[in-house]
Design a protein around this ligand. Structure first.
Ligand code: KG4
Ligand code: ZN
Length: 340
């Protein structure tokens, strides 16, 4: 089975081809990603209208490139998968209309994939992981702890009541005058910093529900930054290190609570899985790996190029859905919001 996957929900335009055969397992035949970071950097965040225009300009060529790289033509595909949301609606529409057109002219099945579900299923593409597993999905727009029981079977164990984790990284980076997106910048600065210089709060620590609240942490950091302004490079590094340490403690504590709740809804997990852009963060990865170790579980996180938004995860989620006969027709809507 060979599936084309299209991703245009935010600021990456991506097209990929994933193949699966019963003997050889899954493989990524092409994974083309064009980031629009440069186009949005001046604004310190993603501008929806700029994003949509940029997707239109490059998507068809990117699909051609993915097909070339895989040595395939459109007729060789078994299905066309696309992220139909959640995301910036202008971008989602461009991906969806493109996918519908391709499905119409090639008469191949259309697979309208939830972007979050695609992040959630990536560990099955990369590691052949069996259900059920505990997922921490942490990106720029989403923070959730989810029991993944099967394709389409997700039980939410916790989420954020204010900022998403990636959003908190991005806001802190902006506040400290670092570049966009903020996560990688904060992580880079934190390497040289002292994580204990600022005693930042660990919101929600010890709470019985696996929820997050991060806006207080961000505010505490702002107050410290204003107190010691003007900031030298050393101060910025120490603030980044202190912030990253606080958020890592919170993530581990919340994941521990979710692990405890897991058996009540889904039995024994096969693994603890991290997905979404934030799972690229080394400190968070190491801390989650050690939590999994304590619990006697495997820790699985996608390789870095599959942590952020990409087409391979969309193709894979489409493939999983196609195997179950979960195809869509041409009336399927683009969704700005789409809980999973
Ligand atoms: O999944 P993703 O690529 O896009 C969304 O669907 O949001 O996630 C992007 C988010 C951004 O907020 C970015 O700052 C964050 O992931 N991120 C990181 C790191 N790399 C990306 N956060 C912390 N540490 C990182 N190394
Ligand atoms: Zn994402």
């Amino acid at each position: 089975m060979k599936i084309l996957g299209i991703e245009t929900t935010c600021d990456e335009t991506a097209a990929a081809i994933v193949a699966h055969d019963e003997e050889g397992g899954a493989s990524i035949l092409a994974n083309e990603v064009l980031s629009q970071i440069a186009e949005h950097a001046a604004y310190g965040g993603v501008v929806p209208e700029i994003a949509a225009r940029a997707h239109v300009e490059v998507l068809d060529r990117l699909i051609d490139r993915a097909l070339d790289r895989a040595g395939l033509g459109l007729d060789d595909l078994d299905g066309i998968a696309v992220a139909a949301g959640p995301g910036l609606i202008g971008g989602v529409l461009i991906g969806l209309v493109t996918a519908k057109t391709l499905a119409l002219v090639t008469r191949k099945p259309l697979l309208a994939v939830n972007h979050l579900e695609a992040h959630a299923l990536t560990a099955r593409l990369t590691d052949g992981l069996a259900f059920p597993y505990l997922l921490l999905l942490a990106s720029g727009g989403h923070t959730q702890l989810v029991a993944v029981k099967g394709v389409g079977q997700y039980v939410r164990l916790g989420g954020t009541i204010d900022d998403a984790i990636g959003e908190a990284f991005d806001k802190v980076a902006k506040l400290l005058g670092l570049g966009y997106p903020g996560g990688p910048e904060v992580e880079r600065m934190a390497e040289a910093g002292d994580p204990e210089r600022f005693g930042l709060p660990r919101p929600m620590l010890g709470r019985r529900e696996a929820d997050f609240s991060l806006s207080g942490l961000k505010t505490a950091l702002r107050i410290e930054a204003e107190r010691i302004a003007p900031l030298a490079e050393r101060d910025v590094a120490d603030l980044c290190a202190s912030f990253q340490a606080a958020i890592t403690d919170v993530v581990v504590d919340r994941a521990r609570v979710a692990l405890r709740a897991f058996s009540g809804v889904a039995g024994h997990p096969t693994a603890l899985v991290a997905a979404g852009g934030v799972s690229a963060n080394g400190a968070i990865r190491r801390a989650l790996a050690s939590l999994a170790g304590e619990a006697g579980l495997a820790f699985v996180a996608p390789p870095l190029q599959l942590c952020g938004d990409n087409g391979a995860m969309i193709a894979w989620a489409g493939l999983e859905r196609l195997r179950l006969g979960l195809t869509d027709d041409l009336t399927v809507p683009a969704r700005a919001r789409w809980p999973f």
